[in-house]
Write a protein that binds this ligand. Structure first.
Ligand code: AKG
Ligand code: FE2
Length: 195
């Protein structure tokens, strides 16, 4: 998969510094996705769609997600979100990814996945950071330690948490802390497509 960085077909390459997204580079795959992602994306969706619908019910949102990823993608495409969002990211020494949310239109699947392709021995720093902000509170940062090949599944924008006074929404953002040495590659799997 790391080798695909230089050999695959991509729809666009983003220099993160140019857009103020941090430092490093990422590329969005074009359709058809590489075989591993063509398989993984709907399979992971199958495992997550129940939780996504439970979250929406708990947050009092009326929308529900269809059982099959192909039906959700059709919904995205009909709404003009036709461009594929799976991506591969490359960080070198000094690079980082500022805290953000991967929202590309009105259709947003509330969970996403990032997979560490590199061996953690090959870099220092470069930690996956997930912040959560409860209503009227400051943000709390979580660092997720990943082994090579591990995936982290996290909230794109918000998730429901049950408190003593009912359910409230926790806001999330994610990013990557600065690399101090080496190189780090990840694959990001976002389930909605982009406008
Ligand atoms: O490189 C990472 O660990 C995070 C990449 C990212 O922002 C994403 O997959 O959406
Ligand atoms: Fe992201």
């Amino acid at each position: 998969m790391i080798e695909s960085y230089d050999h695959c077909r991509f729809r666009s390459t983003i220099n993160m510094a140019r857009y103020g997204f941090g430092s490093g580079e990422y590329k969005y795959f074009s359709y058809p996705l590489p075989p591993a992602l063509t398989e993984l994306r709907p399979q992971a969706y199958d495992r997550l769609v129940g939780l996504a619908n439970d979250w929406y019910a708990a947050m009092g949102k009326p929308d529900r997600f269809p059982a099959a990823h192909s039906d959700f993608l059709k919904r995205c495409h009909d709404a003009g979100q036709t461009r594929p969002t799976p991506l591969i990211l490359k960080y070198g020494s000094g690079d980082y990814n500022t805290l953000h949310q991967d929202i590309y239109g009105d259709n947003v699947f509330p969970l996403q996945m990032a997979i560490l392709l590199s061996d953690p021995a090959d870099f220092d720093g470069g930690e996956f950071v997930l912040t959560e902000q409860r209503p009227r509170q400051q943000s709390r940062a979580n660092v997720v330690q990943l082994a090579q090949g591990d995936a982290v599944i996290f909230a794109v924008r918000e998730r429901p948490v049950r408190g003593t006074k009912g359910v409230y929404r926790v806001q999330h953002r994610h990013g990557v802390s600065r690399l101090h040495r080496g190189s780090r590659f990840t694959v990001g799997v976002i389930f909605h497509d982009a406008a």
